[in-house]
Ligand binder design. Structure first.
Ligand code: CAA
Length: 459
């Protein structure tokens, strides 16, 4: 049975901080953000927005657009790493808000949980809900998977350059107009790690930035190895001599904590895949530096990440590889369009992979490319740490959805924050009613009261 993404919608806060303003205030070269990281603007939440409100706004939008009633929805999952309650799941808050529109008890029949595994949890939620549909449990109903996050780091930390906020919701069913997931190839990798984590009570994470970058690439590569075995053994793909698994994916969407990380991760995967090919010797000559080999040639996480000298050389090599003509071609063809939205919005943690997917659809379609039947590969990563690699193909009715996508229009009108305003928001100095923007017909946070049940309201 087919199962996959029928439609996708986003909700992005209307406040943002400009990378140039931010760099000036922190005494950084703006080029470090704009060119080094690929960050131009970062979306920032107002005082009256939390991840549940972002998620509820995205859900309402997709339901109204598709004229769905709560009866049509059988599952509502929220995946986030900005959770604000250790017990009550975020999807229950979202349902509470949606019932202000659809009526008390309208979602009573519906199931779902909040899922957590840093930025990868949305991919696990998609997989589980796809299998709920494939198992025939959905009985004609749809699933909503919402990925919603506020990426917030300590002021003055290196992570502060990679913030952002927003929600992406995906409508899943057995006749998806957009993308049908390839069955029996989803691959995972997991290990107990401390590259990025947020202990109880802390609003911002503890981050080992460069370590997390390399761990991301190693874990996704491991998952890709498993994906390759599954794709070949299930008969989905057959590798001819001189081909790699990446030749069978028209597009690759990577997790995007900042847009250039997608490029780095793609380069890492490509170079490891190409190493077996005859053309690799010529590329090494073009790069002009030797490819570093880890002490343990199997490239175990311990041998790679424990060796500072190797890490530095490996980083330098990947960076040099990104400049080759061969890599530039693959980058432009398979990845570049997915980075456009990330540059304008910033890090969305769980949602950043799916914002990238949506970005790729819109900007490839605008080029006049027929996307029907094209295979998308997804490289999902969550610190802590786990990766998931999976794929799907674009369905014949995709145009119905993609032709109306217009990121610029959906983001506008946006308000550029001054650094003072941003810092006041960052340090939570204002109450919800002191919001910078006056929003209408949106779910907003009215009050945080730990003794009552109230939280979001639609105003
Ligand atoms: N002009 C142009 N480029 C410049 C520059 C300048 N003046 N100055 C620096 N750069 C380049 C650097 O060369 C570097 O590029 P390469 O990676 O290609 O070498 C890039 O800008 C960034 O510079 P640094 O590596 O020196 O940056 P940093 O160490 O200060 O911070 C970071 C980078 C570690 C990613 C930091 O932003 C951070 O800690 N971010 C949060 C953690 C994170 O995003 N990790 C990603 C993987 S984990 C994950 O994905 C989970 C998640 O969502 C958080």
């Amino acid at each position: 049975m087919a199962a996959g993404i029928d439609d996708i919608a986003i909700y992005i806060p209307r406040l943002y901080i400009d990378a140039a303003d931010f760099a000036k205030a922190r005494g950084l070269d703006p080029e470090k953000l704009q060119k080094g990281l690929g960050v131009s603007q970062m979306a920032i939440v107002d005082t009256n927005q939390d991840p549940a409100c972002l998620a509820a706004n995205a859900c309402l939008q997709i339901m109204q657009k598709n004229k769905l009633s709560p009866e049509d929805i059988g599952r509502l999952y929220v995946s986030t790493e900005s959770s604000f309650d250790e017990s009550k799941a975020m999807n229950s808050y979202v349902i509470g808000m949606l019932e202000q529109v659809y009526g008390q008890g309208a979602f009573e029949h519906c199931g779902g949980v909040e899922t957590k595994f840093a930025c990868v949890s949305g991919s696990y939620a998609l997989y589980d809900n796809t299998n709920w549909i494939r198992a025939g449990e959905a009985e004609g109903k749809h699933a909503l998977v919402v990925v919603s996050d506020i990426a917030k780091y300590d002021m003055g930390s290196s992570g502060e350059m990679t913030q952002g906020a927003g929600a992406v919701v995906m409508l899943l069913n057995d006749e998806p107009r957009l993308l049908s997931f390839d069955p029996k190839v989803t691959a995972t990798s997991i290990k107990d790690e401390y590259d990025f984590y947020r202990p109880f009570g802390k609003e911002t994470p503890i981050v080992h930035g460069q370590y997390s970058n390399l761990l991301y690439m190693i874990q996704v590569r491991k998952a890709l190895e498993t994906y390759k075995k599954k794709a070949i053994s299930s008969g989905l793909m057959k590798l001819e001599p001189g081909e790699t698994i990446l030749d069978h994916m028209d597009y690759l969407n990577m997790h995007l904590p900042y847009s250039n990380m997608g490029k780095k991760a793609l380069a890492y995967l490509v170079r490891h895949e190409w190493r077996q090919l005859p053309r690799w010797k010529k590329i090494i000559q073009e790069i002009g530096i030797q490819e570093p080999i880890p002490k343990d040639p199997r490239g175990t996480i311990e041998s790679v990440l424990g060796d500072e000298e190797f890490m530095a050389k490996d980083h330098e090599f990947t960076k040099a590889f990104t400049k080759t003509r061969e890599f530039q071609e693959i980058y432009e063809a398979k990845l570049a369009s997915s980075l456009v939205a990330s540059k304008m919005i910033g890090n969305l943690y769980t949602a950043s992979l799916y914002l990238g997917f949506r970005s790729c659809l819109e900007f490839e379609y605008q080029k006049g490319i027929d996307l029907n039947g094209k295979r998308f590969g997804f490289g999902s990563y969550g610190s802590g740490s786990s990766a998931m690699v999976f794929s799907g193909t674009i369905q014949p009715q995709y145009e119905e959805i993609v032709k109306n996508m217009n990121l610029e229009a959906e983001l506008a009108p946006r308000r550029r924050l001054t650094l003072d305003e941003y810092e006041t928001l960052h340090e939570n100095k204002l109450s919800p009613e002191e919001s910078i923007l006056r929003t209408k017909r949106e779910f907003i946070l009215v009050d945080v009261n730990t003794t009552t049940e109230s939280r979001g309201e639609r105003r």
